[in-house]
Design a protein. Structure first.
Length: 254
């Protein structure tokens, strides 16, 4: 069975070529949906590397990733982010699959999350199973504007890995959390969530308990504490920004 790779990108000129080349190892075509606000050479580099490029104003994570699917030539879709690469074992595992046998609607890979060259395994960062290969008629992205995921009935976990260069360094981690918390707040507002004034504190405390105790961050040294604190930071500020957005809309601010 042939496979189409789909990915979304916003100012990803540093990552896009390596990502496409990685996907081309197992895919017969690559589709790139470039956010219309992109100002760098992402689209040009993608086309030069052999991808088909579509321009689309950002619709939210799930809808944006689903946008490319009807454009695909093949039913099996490999959804990959610009900062992700297939590990060698993932290439071998996908190449060995008999996609005709219908034993699964989707396949999940174990994601290795990196900060620079440091692999973070603590507090739920590994094994971080994510569905990346799916049949578009039997599975697909949920229409969620925040952090979306593929929904499928029959999922098989492959003993293989996706390399995720999550953050360049710790400064990048902090700046990305600021960006992502803004995106999360926008998605929650659009969904109609209107929390109370204590929501930032309550949800941040829940996030701390989940990461530090339930996910074992307390036993995982500096990485465990770092993952816990950054998760709390993102959770607290997404709700704080949501409250700010509600107040601004109530005042009629643009």
């Amino acid at each position: 069975m042939k496979i189409t790779a789909t990915l979304i990108a916003l100012n990803e000129e540093k990552n896009i070529v390596d990502c496409i080349v990685s996907a081309q190892r197992v895919c017969n075509e690559v589709l790139v949906v470039v956010d219309s606000k992109t100002t760098d050479a992402t689209a040009r580099l993608a086309e030069e590397t052999g991808a088909r490029v579509f321009h689309q104003t950002y619709l939210g994570d799930g809808p944006q990733k689903a946008f490319a699917v009807p454009q695909a030539s093949y039913d099996w879709i490999l959804s990959i982010d610009a900062d992700e690469r297939l590990d060698e074992d993932a290439v071998a595992a996908i190449e060995s699959l008999d996609l005709d046998n219908r034993r699964a609607d989707a396949y999940a890979l174990r994601r290795k999350n990196y900060v620079g060259k440091h692999w973070i395994k603590a507090a739920g960062f590994y094994p971080d199973y994510v569905i990346r290969l799916y049949h578009r008629e039997r599975a697909g992205y949920v229409p969620k504007k925040g952090h979306a995921y593929v929904e499928a009935k029959r999922v098989e976990r492959l003993p293989a890995h996706l390399i995720h260069t999550t953050y360049n360094d710790y400064s990048h981690w902090v700046s990305r959390i600021n960006e992502l918390s803004s995106r999360d707040a926008w998605a929650m507002y659009d969904k109609g969530k209107r929390p109370g004034r204590l929501a930032p504190v309550i949800h941040a405390l829940v996030a701390f308990m989940r990461k530090f105790f339930i996910k074992g961050g307390i036993f995982q040294g500096l990485d465990g504490l770092t993952v816990t604190l950054t998760t709390v930071f993102r959770t607290y500020f997404k709700y704080l920004k949501l409250l700010e957005m509600i107040e601004q809309k109530a005042r009629g601010d643009k």
